[in-house]
Every structure is written in structure tokens, then in C-alpha cells.
Write a protein that binds this ligand. Sequence first.
Ligand SMILES: [Zn+2]
Ligand SMILES: [Zn+2]
Length: 186
Amino acid sequence: MRIHLSEVLTSPERRCVHELNSLEFFYYHNVKCRVKMEKAPVLELIKTGEDRILIRLSGDAEAVVPCDRCFEDTVVSVSLEDEFEVSLKDEMSKAESGDEPVDAADQMEDLSTSVFISDHELDSDKLLRQELSLKMPEKILCKEDCAGLCPKCGKNLNKGPCDCKEEPVSLQMAGILDLFNNSKEV
Ligand SMILES: [Zn+2]
Ligand SMILES: [Zn+2]
């Protein structure tokens, strides 16, 4: 869904609200993942200055992403709450003059908004995809104590043990190895 940003600059209420189309999938570490949204996310555009617009996103989503250990589908709840402020004039003058000096904070903001805004048009699918990727937790586990896959046969160990023989290192042996490693370091 594409939304033209300049519409809010001419709106008498200085504010426009859009119900966005729900997103059906996004890419997480190059894996295509399903997304569920019970309610359409809402995008609010608020005129905050002559050519400045506050973009406010709200809504919730559930993303179905693979567990980091066993790769089973794992549902992650994500809040889509976020806001950005953009200046349309900046965008225009940048396009004209090319190399205007900008400070680091502005540059950061530019980088994040340039993904979903181009030519004063906001692409809501791109915005939602970026939001989901940014909000994914560092570790995704189907359950706290996920046992993962057997490194030998690849069986999902949450569903029971496999037939691979474990070769535990005995404590005595581990002690000897420690001594060996310590003496090497000296
Ligand atoms: Zn898991
Ligand atoms: Zn195994």
C-alpha cells in the first residue's frame, strides 16, 4: 500500500489516519516467514511543521519464525509501535543539491526511513517488514529449554532421544586435558 506523504501538509486537520493492509509474510535471515495480524495496523500522519511530518505506526503482529535451535515454527508476538519524523523539504533539497552536510543522528534517521519512503511516498509493506525485522528478539526459542537437534543425525531432541551413541568425556580425562592445556599456555 502506498501513501503519499504530502497529503497531510494540505489537510486542514493536519492529520491523516490510514488503516494499512495486513502483511502476510516477511523475511527473517532470508527465510520467508508468515505474519498474522488480527487487526489492521494503523498509520497516522501528523503535520508538525511547515514541511515536517510525524509518522506514527501502531498495531500488533505475530510472526511465525524458526526456532534458533530446532528450526520448528515459533510464534513471536511483536508490537509495531514506532514513530519517525521526516521533513519533505530536506528530502527535496537533498535531491537537488546532492551533498548537504548532515549530522550523524539525521543520517541514522535517513537510513531507516529511506527503506520505506521514496519520492515522498511511503510503502507500508516495506515499513511493516522493517519494523518486524528490527523487533525480532535476539534469541528465538520454541521453549526456554529447547533441546535442539542432534548434531549427528539431525533428530529433533524435543521429540525424544535419538539412537546416536554419546561419548561423554570422563571427569578424570577432562582433568588431564585441563592440565595439558594449562601447561601449553605457559
Ligand atoms: Zn526449538
Ligand atoms: Zn542422533
